[in-house]
Design a protein around this ligand. Structure first.
Ligand code: MG
Length: 275
């Protein structure tokens, strides 16, 4: 009991003392009425809730159209094997048509504070992966949204090609099989690893910071885990299916005894409690 009280106290102290991680909505903010993973609605909701970022997944059709969907297959059709005309009327679970990346980015550009965390899925071979990366970079430049886009990918090939073509862009590696030093040596800007990877390799968090890499951890959904990760000074971003819960946890951590947040404004909750 005493031990758990002490641990909680330390966590609160950490939350108040260190720079807080940013919130990234995993596949957008989809756990709410009318939304769906990777839909334009999920991105707009992430923006309206003033989250740092909105993660989404990208595939390319055989005729070079980039679309947002997590799985490589929609309605039984393998996206990368067919022209866009074959999937253009496929719907997300909220009834919205599967968005093209161009549509998604154009809508996202209306919310300049929102980062669009762009996951390029691994396609069938590296010849294809190269074409996908080239098309992605071309589209992002054409739409002028480079400053809003941060890339992630499981494929080392994709990450390296992104870095070659767009050396100023943020590119984080997802696969969890490279040390921070190895990722840094590739020229990438961050690691975005599953939380279990950091459990197995706890020294990687510090190593990443020492290399100057940004650290993102996915997908943290349990409240206790969110509190723990939010208090970890080595973590820059947390990707979660529960972005609003995480936002509340972080907001709670900002409170101080005077009932004021970092910006000096009175905390509404505390104000209410005083009445
Ligand atoms: Mg993803």
């Amino acid at each position: 009991m005493k031990k758990s009280f002490f641990a909680s106290l330390m966590m609160l102290v950490s939350l108040a003392t260190f720079a807080q991680p940013q919130v990234v909505a995993h596949r957008g903010y989809w756990k709410t009425d009318g939304s769906a993973q990777n839909s334009v609605t999920s991105m707009e909701l992430a923006a309206k809730h003033k989250l740092y970022g909105c993660e989404f997944d990208v595939w390319m059709t055989s005729d070079g159209i980039l679309v947002c969907n997590h799985d490589g297959v929609i309605d039984g059709i393998r996206i990368e094997d067919v022209p866009y005309a074959k999937v253009q009327y496929c719907k997300m679970s909220n009834g919205e048509l599967m968005p093209t990346v161009a549509q998604y980015l154009r809508e996202g550009a209306k919310y300049p504070h929102l980062k669009m965390v762009f996951e390029i899925k691994t396609h069938k071979n590296n010849e294809r992966n190269a074409k996908v990366v080239d098309q992605v970079v071309r589209l992002v430049r054409e739409l002028g949204v480079q400053s809003q886009v941060e890339y992630i990918a499981f494929s080392q090939f994709i990450c390296e090609r992104l870095h070659q073509l767009e050396p100023q862009a943020k590119v984080a590696f997802l696969n969890g099989n490279l040390t921070p030093k190895e990722v840094k040596a590739l020229g990438l800007t961050g690691i975005d690893y599953h939380h279990s990877v950091f459990k197995k390799n706890p020294s990687w968090l510090k190593e990443a910071k020492e290399c100057g890499l940004e650290v993102n951890v996915w997908t943290v959904n349990d409240e206790k885990d969110l509190i723990e990760h939010a208090a970890n000074p080595y973590i820059d971003l947390i990707t979660t299916d529960e972005p609003i819960m995480l936002k509340k946890i972080l907001k709670g951590g900002k409170k101080n005894k005077a009932g004021k947040g970092k910006d000096g404004k009175k905390n509404k909750k505390n104000k209410k409690a005083k009445k």
